[in-house]
Design a protein around this ligand. Structure first.
Ligand code: ZN
Length: 316
């Protein structure tokens, strides 16, 4: 049996200073901090989730801000560029906005679409593209009106150490359709409206190095727990070595590394971020899984307080 993912569920990356991370993704990009929790494997470090108002699959970028982390190097075996989608006509607004924050940008064209490219405060490579697809944001923050706001992921550019293997994993395992090819990239499309366009450069790339400013893994959507188990069998049948199913509180996860070196996760749409906080209060409280609750005071004492705030540049 073959399966098709509808696209990206979330992307997880490394940062250093947690407040600087919040200031960039909430303050500059206007995403909502939808969950403030800890790295379940390293409880001295936050795990921060930013997305649309509900933290919908296809909009979520997550970070482990590790203050003492080394700087990483973007390269093969990583998501090279994370693409966000904004409404048609919004790119000029974003060019001005990023300039206001002193962030330099450049324009790239791929498959007749214009991409506004920039990096976050750690060097993570990001870009914005205008598309009709995807509902208008219901979240407005700082100087960003809803009609200009980021809708979610447009997709990603995958930097592979073995592009042929990565292309095969996208097509044969994840069920994406090849929709284009130019001199530099092959383009794939998933069935969803967001996080659905994936470009793979033809050239194999030398290995990057993990650390601040790089992506750790990309997660693809499974619509429910039943399909998730099927994804695990499928990955094993295709020669990958999927982990057991891991409970990540807000979704279930399996992980495997594809042949081009990129760590793939398959994550379930349910239960989502409202499982332990009211929709209106998402991201307001430090949420811990029950097995860490006995250590809450110790965990809180080890974390620097962070706040979502409107930045200086938006107050002038
Ligand atoms: Zn993940």
């Amino acid at each position: 049996m073959s399966l098709q993912t509808s696209g990206i569920h979330h992307i997880t990356a490394f940062a250093r200073d947690p407040q600087a991370n919040v200031d960039f993704y909430a303050g500059v990009l206007g995403l909502r901090l939808v969950k403030k929790t800890i790295n379940f494997d390293a409880p001295e470090v936050y795990h921060l989730y930013f997305g649309d108002q509900a933290g919908s699959p296809g909009t979520i970028i997550t970070f482990f801000p590790w203050p003492t982390s080394r700087k990483g190097r973007v390269g093969g075996g990583q998501v090279g560029v994370t693409t966000y989608v904004v409404p048609p006509g919004a790119l000029g607004f974003w060019e001005d906005r990023l300039q206001k924050f002193g962030i330099s940008t450049k324009m790239q064209t791929r498959f007749a679409e214009k991409y506004l490219q920039f990096t976050d405060n750690e060097g993570l490579q990001l870009e914005l593209v205008e598309r009709e697809e995807g509902a208008e944001s219901e979240w407005a923050f700082g100087g960003i009106p809803r009609e200009k706001a980021i809708k979610g992921f447009g997709g990603a550019v995958l930097f592979s150490t073995n592009a042929a293997q990565t292309r095969q994993a996208l097509e044969s395992t994840l069920g994406l359709k090849k929709t284009g090819e130019d001199q530099e990239y092959t383009r794939y499309q998933a069935t969803g409206e967001l996080g659905n366009i994936i470009d793979v450069p033809h050239a194999d790339m030398a290995h990057g190095a993990g650390g601040a400013g790089t992506v750790h893994h990309i997660a693809w959507r499974a619509k429910d727990f039943t399909e998730h188990a099927e994804w695990r069998s499928l990955a094993a049948r295709h020669g990958f070595e999927p982990t057991d199913i891991i409970d990540r509180q807000y979704f279930n996860a399996i992980y495997f590394r594809e042949g081009g070196g990129i760590l793939f996760e398959i994550a379930t749409d349910p239960p989502g971020f409202a499982r332990d906080e009211e929709p209106a209060e998402l991201g307001h409280h430090l949420m811990l899984p029950e097995w860490f609750e006995p250590y809450r005071s110790q965990i809180e004492a080890n974390l620097t307080a962070i706040q979502v705030r409107v930045l200086e540049e938006d107050r002038i």
